[in-house]
Ligand binder design. Sequence first.
Ligand SMILES: Nc1ncnc2c1ncn2[C@@H]1O[C@H](COP(=O)(O)OP(=O)(O)O[C@H]2O[C@H](CO)[C@@H](O)[C@H](O)[C@H]2O)[C@@H](O)[C@H]1O
Length: 474
Amino acid sequence: MQVLSVTSECVPLIKTGGLADVAGALPGALAPFGVTMRTLLPGYPVVMGMVKDARPVARFDNCFGGPADLLAATVAGLDLLILDAPHLYDRPAGPYLNQSGVDWVDNPERFAALSWAASEIANGAIKDWQPDLVHAHDWQGGLAPYYIARSGAAGRVRTVLTIHNIAFQGLAPASKIAALRLDPADFHADALEYWGQISALKAGLVFADKLTTVSPTYAEELMTPEFGMGLQGVLRDRRADFTGILNGIDDEVWSPASDAEVKTYKAPKGKGPNKQRLREEFGLAEAGGPLCVVVSRLTEQKGLDLLLQALPTLIGRGGQLALLGSGDPWLEDAFRRAAGPNVGIRIGYDEALSHRMIAGGDAILVPSRFEPCGLTQLYGLRYGTLPLVALTGGLADTVIPATPASIGAQVATGVQFYPVSAEALSNALNKLCDLYEQPESWAKMQRNAMGQAVGWDQSAARYAALYDSLMTKR
Ligand SMILES: Nc1ncnc2c1ncn2[C@@H]1O[C@H](COP(=O)(O)OP(=O)(O)O[C@H]2O[C@H](CO)[C@@H](O)[C@H](O)[C@H]2O)[C@@H](O)[C@H]1O
């Protein structure tokens, strides 16, 4: 089966968050299931810089305000299609934000173009290749199912949309209907309209054949007002076509037995030298409590403001924190101010350091207000770095909380807390410290964690089955 994946980021080319990891992993994970996946990506400067063997396979004379070439290339085993549209993507700074940290004003056009190119490919723009199915990710790919549904490929090329984060909905003013090549007749509440604006994400939710999100619990949560961010009704209407498929992690890149960034280990006790090195790297002294790590975007979603409030509990119990993150300026400043003898802070993005932190920490903290899946708790499990997580979304699906029964049954892998409040987090940190003071239980939990399957095998099988179900319906 030929599948075109449509994404605004993809490792190892461009990454701002977990979407890139998933988009980068899916082609390899699905190959054993007979799925050949090509990945359509915008030609940002960093992407163009990494591509060596690009060959043009199509040209669009009018791609939302200028000409564009579609280039085929291979990077790190990924079969890429790159939309080289300099008027849209040849810009400094990030994929979504300008140098001042503000959304590019033409983001609706920039990602409508990506989605439209997917539809053109579905309609035969490339001479010798056509997908059977287009798998779009998040709002940036949201219009692809719409353009396809309104084109000659409707019904022939099937579509799937995956929600990685419903907080971003791709809203645009209604005045852009023509500029975004949308049919004005579709601008109503049962299709593209969201409270007077165009929503690229809603377009995908309405027009894709199947919808997925990245964990079963988040799928259920998304159908409630608390988590659906206004789109819960649309998702409830599509309940029959909507499933949660848990993310995996690349268990070769994230393997304590072979990770080039760490002193490798196969059993929890091998973490010792990594912990020592991490303390040195963050300027932390010896301490009696657990060394907790955080690797995260610093945004409201991640609940790290709650950690700031609960931090005295951890430090009071002899614990320590090493945090790596970047994001909202107020949170960056607040963490900088929290730095001290037992609190090490790195503001920035550093892939290599994130590996050393996951290997060296005793525990990894993920106190998110909502978390579609979450990847860092999975890294933590694999490295015997016990996750302390909020009971929400994929965090609820991947961590087995420590109770006397679960410890006795040798299945406990971490600590969960609910509600997502500073007080509950503080209690959970106390519990973590209690567990840390019982080395036998702690070591058992580490072994359970390291034994948990967190790779892609099971989830790739579920995506493959979903694709297959659409093929047989054609
Ligand atoms: N400062 C930093 N330095 C180095 N690495 C950093 C970093 N900050 C973050 N990262 C890395 O970026 C990735 C973040 O992925 P997450 O899944 O944790 O959250 P994100 O909210 O970005 O993803 C969204 O999409 C993914 C994929 O579906 C869902 O798992 C998730 O719940 C959803 O919110 C991880 O690989 C992490 O290690």
